[in-house]
Write a new protein. Structure first.
Lengths: 291, 439, 287
C-alpha cells in the first residue's frame, strides 16, 4: 500500500516528495488495474467486429479490419431473438429487484432497530443459507419449484432471486448504522408509526445502499443463465443470458457472433451502471443527521 | 450428436446388403403407425430437443411443414443446452414435454415408467432399424433420430503432403502416418479436442473396430475381468491416444483448444485427423474450401475384420404423462420419416428401412470394410455394462479418463499408461463383482 | 396502536416473507439433500433404497474424494489478494483522484460479464500466443511465458487469477459503497489532526466497514472451499484443477449417484460451516 510509513515527517520538502511519489504510485496502480480489467475484454470487442474468416486467421489483439462491421451484431440480435430475451429479462429483473430490495431492507431495519429474541439466529440463518453451494441442491430445489407449479413460468426465477441474500442485508445494516436513531425517535415523538418511519424516513435515506444492492443483485440476475435454463426452458420465456447459449455447442459455436452477443448484453448493464454510479458514492446519510 | 453412450446395438442393419440392392428411396408417406388412430390428431404438444443451435430456425420450418399435414396440432419447442443433465432433473416431475429424446443414462428397466410404448417390436422392426436400444418386454420405446457410424475424419490433402494417398489400416500404419504428418507438414496430426472434453468420448464408439468383433461391446465386455489389460480392445484403443500424446502428435496446448476452430482447421488442412462420429462430416465439409478433401476412414485396427459400428444417436419417444399422445405420435413419425432430419441435420443414416445411404459411404462398396451393428446384450445382461461403469465411476462415455491419459502422455502426470489402465481395470473388476452379486 | 403492539406487528410482517422464502428455497432443499444422502437414489427413478451411512463411508474411505481440497488452497490465497486489491482500490478511489468515476467503472467492469464470456475471454487470454503472452512479449517479459493451463503447476494459479479478475469488482463496489457511508466530517477532523492516508485507512475506514469486510472474507473463504464456476467453465476440472463441487456435480450427473453426491454436499456444507465458525471465533478473539 502506498505511503505505508506511518511516521509523519515535518520537513515540507520531503512531504511534497513523498506526496508526489505516492501520487505516482497511486495513478500507476490505477492504470495497471484498469488495463488488467480492460485488455481481456478488448479481445471480445475486436472479435465481435471481425468476419468469420478474419477471426480464424488473425490474432486476438489484432484490431478488426473494418471497425464498422456490424454483421455479427445483426446476426446475434436477430437470430438470437434478443428482443424477446430483453423483455423477459426486464420483467424478471424489475420484479425481483424491487422485491429483494424491500425484503432486504425490511430485515435490516428490524435487525438494526429492534431487540428481540432470535435476532442473532435470524442473521445466522441468512448467513448459513449463503454458504450452501446451490449447485449441489438443484435437484431438490427443482422438485420444490415444480410442486409449487412454478415450472416454466417467470415466477420460478423470480422467487429464487427474491430470496434475500446476506450481502444485501449487510449493506443495508452498514448504512442503517450511520442513520442516527435520533431521527426515528423524533419521528416517534410526532406520532409516526414504525411502518411510516420505515417507508418515509429509513427507505429514502437508504437510497445509496439501495443503488449498490440493485447493481450487485441486478448484475447477477442479468448474467445468470443456469436458473432460467433449468426452470423455464420454454422458447418464449428465454432471457438475454440464455440467448447467448444459442450460438454455442457441438453443432457450431461462432465465436465472432457470440462476442457480438456478449457486447450486446454488456451495453445495458454498462449504461445502467454509469447512470446509477453517482448515487453509490455520495454519502447521503450524513446530511440527514443534521436536518 | 450424442456425447453419451450408444451401447445397445441395432439388429442386423444390413447396410452392405442395401448398398447393393440400390435402395429404393422411400416416399414420404409412411404407413400409419400401429396403434395410431385414424382420425386426424389435434392438440398442442411440446417437443424438447438438444439442438439449441437450430431450434429457432430449422425446427420452425419443420413445424410449418408439419402443420401443412396436421393443421390442428400446435408444436412448441424447448431446447436444452445441457440436455442429458437437465432433462433428468425435469423427469422428477411429469412435465418433461410431450416428445423428447430418451436420455441415454436412464436405465432400460426404468423406460416404461417415463415413456409411452411406440408399438410392438415385431411390428415396428419391419419398418425401422435401431429400436433395440430401447426395447423393453417386446415393445419399442424410442426411435433413433439418426444412426451414426464412427471412425476417423481426415484431410486427404494433408495425407498426400505427408506421402500417403491411401488411408492406413493397422494401428502401426496409422501411427506412421501421424508421424509423417508431423515431420512433413505444418498440420497437427491428431487433434484431440481435450478442452471441449466431449469429443474425447467419441473414441469409445470405435471400440468395436479395434476389437474387430461386433459382439465385444455388449456381449463379451460385461463378462470379462480383463477389460483394460494389455491386448484387450480398450487397452489397444487408448494406447493410440496415449502414444500420440507422448510423441507430440496432438495439438500443442490441448487445454486451450476450441471445438469450433478445430472444425475449421481440419477443413483447411491445419489438422490431419480427428476421431468423430458421422454427424460431424457434414459440418466440416460445409466449411471446407474443397469439400472433397474431407474423408472418412475406419479407426485403424489390428483385428482381422474391419468393422465400422453403427449406433443409434438419441432415440425419440413420448412422455408417458402426455395429454396429447396421438399428436405426439404424429410428430415422432413425421420427424423420422419426413422431416429429413436423420440424414441432413442429423448427419447419419436414416433409421427407416430402405432409406437412401449417405454419399460418403458409397466409396466403401466392394471393400473389406463392414458396416455393422453391435450385437445386443443378452436379455439378462441388458444395461449391465452401464451399471458396472457407473458404479466404478470409470466413465466409458465420459471424457475423464481420456483426459488423464492425455495428461500422462504429455508428462503432466507421473502415472504410466499401464498404471492408468490398471486402475481402470481394478475398478472394473471390483464393480463387476459388486453389481453382479446384486443382480 | 401502541408502539409495543406495533413493534410485534412490524417484526412479524417484515420478516415473514423473507423467512418463508429462506425456508422454502434454501433450507427445504438442504433437508431433502440430507435425506437423499442416506439413499442410493440416481436422481430420476421413482424408487430408491435407504443405504444407511454407506455413502458417507465411501467418501471418507476413498482418498480421491478429499484429495481435491488442496486445489481450494489456491482459491483461498487468491481470496486474500482479491480482498486486498478491492480494499486498496476502494480506499484510494474514495479520496480525491483524477478520473475517479472512470477508474471506478473500469475496475467494476469485469463483474458485469457473464460466465460464457469469461470462459471465452480466458481461453484466449491463456492460450499459446494468446492475449497474455502477447502482452508479456510487448513488455519484454518473454521469459515468463508459460503454457498457462497446460503446466500442472501453474494451472490453478491461472484459474485462481481469472477468479480474482472476475470477482474483485464485486468486493470493490461493496467496499466502495460501505466506505461512502462514513461521514465526511470524520476525515475532515482527522485531516486537521495531520493524519495521513494510511492512518485514516487504519483507524477510520477499516473499523467502520469492519462488518462488511468480515462478511466478504467469510463469503470468499467459503467460496474458495466450494470453488466451482471458473474451473468448471474453463477446464471442466481437468488437468489437476478439479474441485470438490465439480466432483459432486460429476458424481450426481455423470455417474447417476445423487445419493452419494448429496452426502458429499452435506460433508462440504459441514466443512464450510465449521471453517466459518472458527473464523468468527478468531475474529471475536481479536477484539
Amino acid at each position: 500500500m502506498q505511503a505505508a510509513k506511518p511516521t509523519v515527517r515535518k520537513s515540507a520538502r520531503s512531504h511534497t516528495l513523498r506526496y508526489t511519489a505516492a501520487a505516482i504510485l497511486k495513478y500507476a496502480s490505477l492504470t495497471i488495474g484498469a488495463l488488467a480489467a480492460l485488455i481481456p475484454i478488448v479481445v471480445v470487442l475486436f472479435a465481435s467486429l471481425k468476419t468469420g474468416g478474419e477471426y480464424s486467421s488473425t490474432g486476438p489483439l489484432t484490431p478488426p479490419g473494418n471497425w464498422l462491421n456490424f454483421d455479427n451484431y445483426t446476426k446475434a440480435f436477430v437470430n438470437g431473438k434478443m428482443l424477446v430475451g430483453f423483455m423477459n429479462t426486464m420483467i424478471i429483473l424489475i420484479v425481483s429487484i424491487i422485491g429483494a430490495t424491500l425484503t432486504g431492507s425490511m430485515i435490516a431495519y428490524i435487525l438494526s432497530r429492534f431487540q428481540f429474541r432470535g435476532k442473532k439466529l435470524l442473521l445466522g440463518a441468512f448467513l448459513l443459507a449463503t454458504l450452501i453451494p446451490s449447485v449441489t441442491t438443484q435437484v431438490a430445489t427443482f422438485q420444490i419449484i415444480n410442486d409449487l407449479n412454478l415450472f416454466n413460468t417467470r415466477l420460478a426465477p423470480i422467487v429464487l432471486y427474491l430470496g434475500t441474500d446476506i450481502i444485501a442485508v449487510y449493506i443495508f445494516l452498514q448504512f442503517l448504522d450511520t442513520i442516527a436513531v435520533s431521527l426515528d425517535e423524533s419521528a416517534m415523538l410526532d406520532g409516526a408509526s414504525y411502518f411510516k418511519i420505515y417507508f418515509r424516513i429509513i427507505l429514502p435515506l437508504l437510497l445509496p445502499a439501495v443503488v449498490t444492492v440493485v447493481i450487485i443483485k441486478g448484475v447477477s440476475i442479468y448474467n445468470d443463465f443456469y436458473t432460467p435454463f433449468l426452470y423455464m426452458p420454454k422458447t418464449s420465456l428465454q432471457v438475454i443470458s440464455t440467448a447467448l447459449f444459442k450460438f454455442k455447442g457441438p453443432y457450431g459455436s461462432q465465436w465472432e457472433v457470440i462476442c457480438a452477443a456478449i457486447i450486446i448484453t454488456i451495453i445495458p448493464t454498462l449504461i445502467a451502471f454509469l447512470s446509477l454510479q453517482k448515487y453509490i458514492y455520495n454519502g447521503f446519510a450524513q446530511g440527514s443527521e443534521k436536518g | 450428436m450424442k456425447t453419451s453412450k450408444s451401447i445397445l446395438g441395432l439388429v442386423a442393419l444390413t447396410l452392405t446388403a442395401s448398398l447393393f440392392a440400390g435402395c429404393s428411396s422411400k416416399e414420404s408417406d409412411a404407413p400409419a403407425a400401429p396403434g395410431a388412430a385414424d382420425s386426424t390428431p389435434k392438440g398442442e404438444i411440446t417437443v424438447i430437443t438438444q439442438r439449441t443451435d437450430i431450434v429457432d430456425t430449422v425446427f420452425q420450418d419443420y413445424a410449418k411443414k408439419f402443420n401443412e399435414k396436421y393443421p390442428d396440432i400446435q408444436v412448441n419447442f424447448e431446447a436444452l443446452a445441457n440436455y442429458e443433465d437437465q432433462i433428468k432433473i425435469r423427469m422428477n416431475t411429469n412435465d418433461y414435454g410431450d416428445v423428447l429424446l430418451l436420455p441415454t443414462s436412464i436405465p432400460l428397466a426404468d423406460t416404461p415408467t417415463f415413456f409411452e410404448p411406440l408399438g410392438s417390436m415385431e411390428e415396428m422392426s419391419k419398418q425401422y432399424d435401431g429400436l433395440e436400444e430401447r426395447e423393453v418386454d417386446g415393445k419399442a420405446y424410442g426411435l433413433p433420430i439418426t444412426i451414426n457410424y464412427s471412425g476417423v475424419i481426415y484431410n486427404k490433402s494433408v495425407f498426400e503432403k505427408a506421402g500417403y494417398s491411401e488411408p492406413p489400416k493397422t494401428i502401426e500404419e496409422f501411427m506412421q502416418v501421424l508421424q509423417a504428418i508431423k515431420d512433413k507438414t505444418d498440420a497437427v496430426p491428431l487433434y484431440t479436442n481435450y478442452a471441449a472434453g466431449w469429443p474425447l468420448t467419441q473414441w469409445e464408439a470405435v471400440l468395436t473396430t479395434v476389437a474387430g468383433d461386433k459382439e465385444y461391446v455388449n456381449v463379451k465386455q460385461p463378462n470379462t475381468d480383463d477389460n483394460f489389460v494389455p491386448g484387450a480392445p480398450h487397452y489397444e484403443l487408448y494406447k493410440v491416444m496415449y502414444d500420440a500424446a507422448k510423441n507430440g502428435l496432438i495439438e500443442e496446448d490441448p487445454t486451450t483448444t476450441d471445438w469450433e476452430s478445430s472444425k475449421a482447421d481440419l477443413a483447411n488442412g491445419k489438422i490431419g485427423t480427428m476421431v468423430l462420429g458421422s454427424w460431424a462430416i457434414g459440418q466440416i465439409k460445409g466449411i471446407a474450401p474443397n469439400p472433397d478433401d474431407i474423408g472418412f476412414m475406419p479407426f485403424p485396427t489390428n483385428a482381422k475384420e474391419r468393422i465400422v459400428p453403427l449406433a443409434d444417436d438419441y432415440t425419440l419417444g413420448i412422455n408417458v404423462n402426455s395429454e396429447n399422445k396421438e399428436a405426439a405420435r404424429a410428430w415422432v413419425n413425421w420427424f423420422i420419416n419426413e422431416s429429413g432430419y436423420p440424414t441432413t441435420e442429423g448427419g447419419g443414416i436414416s433409421p427407416v428401412k430402405g432409406a437412401e445411404l449417405p454419399e460418403i459411404l458409397k466409396q466403401f462398396e466392394g471393400t473389406d470394410i463392414k458396416f455393422e451393428t453391435q450385437t445386443p446384450a443378452e436379455e439378462k445382461q441388458k444395461g449391465l455394462v452401464d451399471k458396472i461403469d457407473k458404479d466404478a465411476e470409470i466413465g466409458l462415455w465420459q471424457p475423464d479418463f481420456k483426459k488423464t491419459i492425455i495428461e500422462a502422455g504429455i508428462g503432466n502426470r507421473p502415472e504410466s499408461y499401464d498404471d492408468i489402465m490398471k486402475g481402470l481395470n481394478d475398478a472394473w473388476v471390483k464393480s463387476r463383482a459388486k453389481v453382479g452379486a446384486a443382480e | 396502536m401502541s408502539y409495543r403492539n406495533q413493534r410485534i406487528l412490524i417484526i412479524l410482517s417484515f420478516t415473514i416473507i423473507p423467512i418463508a422464502l429462506l425456508f422454502v428455497f434454501a433450507y427445504l432443499p438442504v433437508v431433502n439433500m440430507f435425506r437423499y444422502s442416506f439413499t442410493d437414489w440416481n436422481g430420476y427413478s421413482k424408487t430408491f433404497e435407504y443405504v444407511g451411512f454407506e455413502n458417507y463411508k465411501s467418501i471418507f474411505t476413498d482418498p480421491k474424494y478429499f484429495s481435491v481440497f488442496k486445489v481450494s488452497l489456491y482459491y483461498f490465497f487468491a481470496t486474500f489478494a482479491q480482498m486486498g486489491l478491492a480494499l486498496y482500490f476502494a480506499t484510494i478511489l474514495s479520496f480525491k483522484v483524477k478520473g475517479k468515476n472512470f477508474f471506478k467503472g473500469i475496475l467494476f467492469f469485469p463483474y458485469l460479464l457473464n460466465g460464457v464470456a469469461i470462459g471465452f475471454i480466458f481461453l484466449f487470454f491463456f492460450k499459446p500466443d494468446g492475449t497474455f503472452d502477447t502482452v508479456l512479449q510487448a513488455l519484454g517479459l518473454d521469459f515468463l511465458i508459460q503454457k498457462w493451463l497446460l503446466n500442472p503447476h501453474i494451472i490453478n494459479v491461472s484459474l485462481a487469477g481469472a477468479s480474482v479478475w472476475r470477482y474483485m469488482g464485486f468486493n470493490f463496489i461493496v467496499f466502495l459503497g460501505a466506505i461512502s457511508s462514513i461521514s465526511k466530517d470524520i476525515y475532515e477532523a482527522s485531516d486537521i489532526d495531520g493524519a495521513n492516508r494510511w492512518h485514516q485507512f487504519r483507524h477510520i475506514i477499516l473499523p467502520s466497514i469492519k462488518r462488511i469486510v468480515q462478511l466478504n472474507i467469510i463469503l470468499s473463504i467459503s467460496g474458495a472451499i466450494s470453488a466451482f464456476d471458473i474451473p468448471y467453465i474453463m477446464t471442466g476440472g481437468s488437468n489437476g484443477s478439479n474441485t470438490f463441487v465439480i466432483q459432486t456435480v460429476d458424481v450426481a450427473f455423470k455417474y447417476g449417484k445423487v445419493g452419494l453426491a448429496s452426502a458429499m454436499a452435506v460433508v462440504l456444507l459441514f466443512i464450510v460451516v465449521t471453517v466459518t465458525l472458527i473464523q468468527q471465533f478468531f475474529v471475536k478473539e481479536d477484539k
